[in-house]
Write a protein that binds this ligand. Structure first.
Ligand code: SAM
Length: 287
């Protein structure tokens, strides 16, 4: 049994998963308690800066591209011409930066409940915030659940739910009421994409999310697994749901342009992510 020296290691113990994950640290940089959550920042020895929200690893400088690229590009490229995009959550601004790489996108509005997350990201992840001043971007601070409920019907093409786990302020981002709001706000052919936890560790939640999306009227779902080094098990996923039509491929020509600006995403990765592993298929195909 190794007792990690807490002055030299940050460890996230995931009680719900029976797992733990550690990163070696040089020092703690800052911590802030917001009205919603506790946000801590560390400097690590090998992963750059590390953001923790309520004790859970969120982002590091070294590996955040897996998540930010996979929550953005597959959905945007599966839509024929996304113009108006909404990001719920995403306070570190990494997803916003990826969305703005798509020239056809005319507006992207990001609504995170906690301004402290963005304040910390501006200070410790400036590279993730480099596109915040793009004239197409609007960064707001409010409850994403309320925002989606009040958003005009058929007004957006893609909604990206880049939220925390289904606990605390993030809990209401995983239920029928929220998905009903998303369906209403999307134009026909519109796409909802949401971080859908770990297919290895959280399959019951993933199935519940998928069923709720189908229950409210989304037509077609695709869950895309991808590596996520600092989250429980290292295997994460996003789930895409489409309004009023099935998925029919993706814009491969634009995918290759986006790939030139990506660390992980490219057309082959997109195709690969659409090939559902057997252990997931077995569950998804169960009637
Ligand atoms: N993008 C990160 C990554 O690379 O893994 C992880 C997700 S991001 C930090 C999660 C965000 O969801 C947090 O900034 C949190 O404040 C936000 N959030 C949680 N509940 C929310 C809600 N109801 N409305 C809007 N934002 C919410």
């Amino acid at each position: 049994m190794v007792n990690l020296d807490q002055s030299k290691w940050f460890t996230e113990i995931s009680e719900r998963d029976g797992s733990a994950f550690s990163l070696r640290i040089n020092k703690k940089l800052e911590e802030k308690q917001s009205p919603f959550q506790k946000v801590e920042m560390f400097e690590t020895t090998d992963f750059g800066n590390l953001m923790i929200i309520d004790g859970c690893t969120m982002v590091t400088s070294r590996e955040n591209f897996f998540y930010h690229e996979m929550i953005s590009h597959p959905a945007l490229l599966a839509h024929p011409a996304p113009k108006n995009v909404v990001i719920i959550g995403g306070g570190d601004c990494g997803t916003l930066r990826e969305v703005l790489k798509h020239d056809g996108v005319e507006t992207v509005t990001q609504i995170d409940i906690d301004e402290v997350v963005t304040q910390m990201s501006l200070k410790y992840f400036p590279e993730l915030c480099e596109s915040n001043d793009d004239p197409r971007a609007t960064v707001m601070f409010d409850d994403g659940i309320k925002y989606m409920r009040e958003l005009a019907g058929e007004s957006i093409d893609v909604v990206i739910v880049d939220g925390t786990d289904p606990v605390g302020p993030g809990e209401g981002l995983f239920n029928h009421a929220f998905y009903t709001s998303c369906l209403k706000a999307l134009r026909p052919g519109g796409i909802l994409v949401q971080q859908s936890e770990s297919p290895l560790m959280h399959m019951p939640l993933l199935v519940e999310m998928r069923n709720a999306m189908l229950d409210v009227g989304f037509n077609d779902l695709q869950t895309l697994p991808f590596p996520q080094p600092i989250y429980p098990s290292g295997l994460w996923s996003v789930t895409l749901a489409r309004k009023s039509q099935a998925f029919d491929g993706f814009r491969e020509d634009t995918a290759s342009k986006i790939a030139l600006q990506s660390e992980y995403y490219n057309g082959a990765i997109h195709h690969g992510a659409l090939s559902t592993p057997n252990f997931m298929q077995r569950v998804f195909n169960k009637k």
